[in-house]
Design a protein around this ligand. Sequence first.
Ligand code: UD1
Length: 390
Amino acid sequence: MLIDIIAGARPNFMKIAPIIKEIVRVNDTSEAGKNSKDYWEFRLIHTGQHYDKNMSGAFFEQLGIPEPHLNLESGSGTQSEQTGKIMTRYEEVLRVRPSDLCIVVGDVTSTMACSITAKKMGVRVAHVEGGIRSGDMTMPEEINRLATDSITDYFFTTSTIANENLRKEGIDDSRIFFVGNTMIDTLLGNLERLKKPTVFNEKKLESGRYFVMTLHRPANVDEQNKLKELIDNIAKGVGDNLIVFPVHPRTKKILDDLGISYDNIIYTEPLGYLEFIYLVKHARAVITDSGGITEETTVLKVPCLTLRDNTERPETITEGTNVLIGTNPELVKPALRHLIEGDWKKGTIPQKWDGKASIRIIASIQKLWESDKLKPHEPYVDQDLMYKPK
Ligand code: UD1
């Protein structure tokens, strides 16, 4: 069995790390070893969508992800340019040696580009985190989710809501595997290894006395005036707490042009995974427009304010510690006031976010392999329309 594992952007890396660990563990414990027909050979393919050391390489080092077998070097450019580069280069890889299964994770440009390429080359596609929907067609991620899921063969889902979404779209239960959340596998697996970032002592941060903020969505950061108003309201709304703001490269370009600074905001480079989670775990609360971070705060039971109008992860709100504030800068202050007054829900942890999703994924793939369900599709014969000799 040859499996391709695709990773391209920062939020992919924590999702693939535990899957690769589980494959290595299964291979190491297999008695037949490399000669067995069940030996898991895999190619880790980095599309190169994220390329800065602190957006990519640092995560590989900290999470023990092996060097990618291939890098498609698609970084920079518009999303369509990236998509084109990833598709042509991955197609070439598959032409030389096709795999039995292409595993894509999440909802980034690389997820969509590789799933479509694999499918067209006759390779089965599995989507980890399939089925989540925000309903917001202005988000590139939503388009990526819909495009990917429309040609995915096997869905590894993180929530009962995702299962329902897929059923509504006509996907048969036999193709849906409710496994849990690989991002949470990584979180729980690294809690003992977290690292205090240098900013913590440098700025004399105290547990529970600072906020962590991340902003990178076009709706929040692309328009200078709106970004300024948003940050203004947040800086004024957090009382005597500090705000630590690791800045995404996209946001940095815009902030540099704006040239604003505040006494209570500490700007940093994007942090490593172990440092970032350390900071979140000890924070009073998190303010973000990321989706993945709302899952992490839910499990860590840290209050989270999401600066978006919708979410593809509703369970972080109905069950977790997350609240949807919207993107109107005016709405941030009242929510911060509630939080500072101590008026915030405690939250519970969604089903199967227990650190074992990757074990379930690999066990499910093993069964698919054994029952020949990773074979390329057969040509479809339409018996109803076919000419039948009398
Ligand atoms: C991507 C994902 C988004 C995810 C985010 C996390 C898509 C459509 N979006 O958004 O879902 O939440 O990653 O970070 O895939 N850049 C650098 N260095 C890098 C990476 C990016 O300078 O290492 C700059 C480039 O100028 C690039 C811009 O940031 O044009 C945006 O990068 P891109 O990969 O297009 O999307 P993100 O905004 O990072």
